[in-house]
Design a protein around this ligand. Structure first.
Ligand code: B12
Length: 652
């Protein structure tokens, strides 16, 4: 099921609403010496092709955005802990600024559910009198907020509140809590009071539990779908979040200081930045358009230029990945951004000459914008991750055909932009075809031949919040367990076959790996050393240093020119070498899964997972984030909650 849309015309916050909320919080903050820890859940079992390197070397934007919002609002005592770098971190042992935090937040993708739960569980081990308020959010929670709550009286644990939205929702919640919080009152107690008074019900984008007298949730209240921030220039600056990163360690506790200066770049070589959000396509396996309530949002070129500039000058980060759903979805906006970035580079800004960026787009939109590819390259665009999915358009039609795909590849390469295809493998797709070119290997071979340096092929898997999600379960396509092994969320990256109607699903699993091995292998590596696919126009030139005031090109020492040429030539072989290593690293897990599939014993699902705890909206109707089949909490249930005496308002 897709996320419901708010009433037409009410999808977005009013212009300026975010900015004024930030200002209001800044004036509240000095009265509340809040200490916050934000953890990013990461399950190291999911480390495999094609996400290796980016999974560890890119500090995720979600937790950074939440950290930036806290600092920007005046809550400077905030630390971000990435389980990617701090696998042993235990919230039950955390202390920051010499004390237990007031606020513990967790961000998670669905894939990292096991670690997300483990973090919450561990935080719940703390003595209730000391325990911080626990808030969860991120892609997992946006679609399945109920996962954060557990109603087992024998093993009660869970978050206090799930945020199904973005920064604004969190800040809105904080404002409500701080406006009722007495000086030095535990934030959890202020939360309980706000919840019981109904004050949270006016904050769209929350799901909170109403507990019984033992603290076990009896129902979940859903305050509805968030209003989205339309003008992303109103967001806090993302650079703020980089000041908060916990240094990598093997300890369960936190270190005295966050990472600073160049140590930031050393650990996070790639930066993900939100540039635009939204996509006009309606692919049934993708939750993104519904999440965005069919809106297109973005930052201005000036703002993006500033973000890139500060990232480079403050941390030296020179590789940026746009967290776009489809960067070219709105052509005018993409061009406005490109024009500003290209202008900065032409004006001799070192940062904008040095920084390369990449993002996601579709073949259809790349062809539409083809006349402007030179401008995009001048703006620093180095590579485009293209949602090709299936060149023949059999799986999904997004305006791509084999010819159009190859045309887009050729155009991009001619203009100095590397095409990086993202593919999908599905039940009906054969490994090889003699005619028609629809086979996986046929397509991989053609894409490589057309100049793809890297690729991703994922098996079509159930994605929460997509149109196909429930049907995948109710039709029995999704597996509950295979050969006695339960299908855990950690298997949901698309690299394991966990949903298929194919009579021999193990073949699909092998196909996937054969596909990668066809793309990354030793003969191709050796050939890449001779005929490199990365030597494309503009790949061996750097706009830095810029031309002199007379317009004459700057003199670049011969040594540097040679180095640039060699680097451009070896880039292709480098990707091949990396791919071969990554295939080898991925094989043990994927082959073991193929073995389980071969042994059989596949237990198929009959229904999509739903909340076992009754859910309702704040006004008593159906909850926006409940899947069909979720028990409905009919009318507000009267619950026995510990009475907390109203506290005096904080003194100025
Ligand atoms: C960049 C990216 C990656 C990078 C991540 C690198 C990194 N370390 O950051 C790479 C390429 C490695 C990657 C891999 C995968 N990805 Co990815 N990826 C993205 C992408 C395009 C951008 C992520 C991003 O930076 N967003 C910008 C930030 C600001 O948004 P955000 O994380 O959602 O955070 C906001 C809110 O969620 C909320 N929030 C987040 N955390 C918290 C915490 C609290 C307490 C609160 C209150 C709020 C909150 O506020 C934030 C600010 O607005 C998104 C799509 C998208 N546009 O978001 C998919 C996305 C995150 N990926 C997704 C998936 C599924 C995957 C893969 C499993 C592959 C696949 N099958 O598609 C793998 C997993 C690999 C692994 N082992 O982890 C899904 C996640 C869906 C889900 N339900 O979990 C997304 C959402 C795409 C989709 N299909 O919808 N991905």
């Amino acid at each position: 099921m897709e996320l419901p849309r708010r009433a037409r015309g009410d999808e977005l916050l009013k212009p300026g609403e975010m900015t004024s909320l930030r200002q209001r919080l800044r004036s509240l903050a000095p009265q509340h010496d809040l200490v916050t820890v934000i953890a990013c859940a990461f399950d190291h079992r999911t480390r495999m092709l094609p996400f290796l390197y980016a999974d560890l070397k890119m500090a995720p934007a979600g937790v950074r955005a939440i950290g930036s919002a806290m600092v920007d609002s005046g809550f400077h005592k905030t630390r971000i802990v990435l389980q990617q770098w701090n696998a042993s971190f235990r919230p039950s042992q955390m202390a920051l600024d010499g004390r237990m935090p007031d606020l513990f937040m967790v961000s998670s993708m669905s894939l990292h559910s096991a670690q997300c739960d483990a973090l919450i569980r561990d935080a719940c081990r703390l003595d209730p009198a000391r325990r911080p308020l626990i808030i969860v959010g991120g892609p997992r929670i946006i679609y399945e907020p109920w996962r954060a709550f557990h109603a087992d009286p024998a093993d009660p644990w869970g978050a206090d509140v799930a945020v199904t939205g973005e920064e604004y929702v969190l800040l809105n919640l904080l404002e409500v809590l701080l406006s009722v919080r007495a000086r030095d009152e535990p934030l959890r107690s202020a939360f309980a009071r706000a919840r019981d008074s109904g004050a949270l019900d006016d904050v769209p984008g929350l799901v909170y539990a109403l507990p019984d007298q033992h603290g076990v949730p009896v129902e979940l209240v859903d305050t509805g779908v968030q209003r989205l921030l339309g003008d992303l220039d109103e967001l806090p600056h993302p650079v703020l979040g980089y000041q908060l990163l916990e240094p990598p360690s093997t300890l369960a506790t936190l270190g005295p200081e966050a990472l600073t200066g160049r140590a930031v770049r050393h650990n996070t070589r790639l930066a993900s930045l939100v540039l635009t959000l939204g996509c006009q396509f309606r692919c049934p396996y993708c939750p993104i358009p519904a999440y965005n309530q069919r809106q297109f949002r973005g930052k201005s070129g000036e703002r993006i230029a500033d973000e890139i500039g500060r990232l480079y000058t403050e941390y030296g980060i020179a590789h940026v990945f746009g967290a776009d759903d489809n960067f070219f979805a709105k052509q005018e906006r993409a061009l406005e951004i490109a024009e500003v970035l290209a202008r900065q580079a032409a004006a001799g800004s070192r940062a904008h000459c040095k920084v390369h960026w990449a993002t996601e787009a579709t073949i259809h939109d790349t062809l539409r914008i083809q006349d402007h590819l030179p401008l995009l390259r001048s703006a620093g665009l180095q590579a485009l991750w293209l949602g090709v999915e299936d060149m023949t358009g059999t799986l999904i039609k997004k305006g791509q055909t084999a010819d159009r795909t190859l045309e887009a590849f050729a155009l991009m390469r001619r203009n100095g932009i590397y095409p990086m295809p993202m593919m999908m493998h599905y039940d009906e797709q054969p490994l090889v075809t003699l005619r028609g070119g629809g086979g996986l290997l046929n397509q991989m071979g053609r894409l490589r031949g057309a100049g793809a340096l890297y690729t991703q092929v994922l098996m079509l898997s159930p994605a929460t919040g997509s149109k196909l999600y429930e049907g995948t379960y109710t039709s029995g396509m999704a597996f509950d367990s295979v050969d006695g092994v339960p299908v855990e969320p950690a298997l949901g990256s698309g690299m394991h076959v966990i949903a298929s109607r194919h009579p021999r699903p193990w073949l699909k699993q092998l196909n996937l790996m054969v596909g990668y091995a066809w793309f990354f292998n030793l003969p191709r590596l050796l050939w890449a050393l001779v005929r490199s696919k990365s030597r494309i126009p503009r790949s061996d030139v750097c706009p830095w240093p810029p031309p002199g005031p007379d317009g004459r090109p700057a003199r670049i020492p011969l040594k540097r020119r040679v180095r640039q040429k060699i680097r451009a030539h070896l880039y292709d072989a480098g990707f091949q070498a990396f791919g071969i290593w990554a295939v080898a690293k991925t094989l043990p897990s994927t082959l073991a899964w193929a073995w389980h599939l071969l042994r059989g014993g596949i237990v198929r699902s009959t229904a999509a997972p739903t909340s076992p705890i009754p859910m309702r909206s704040a006004t008593g109707g159906a909850a926006s984030h409940a899947l069909p089949g979720t028990p409905l909490a009919e009318a507000p249930v009267s619950v026995a909650v510990p009475v907390v005496e109203p506290q005096p308002a904080p003194a100025d």
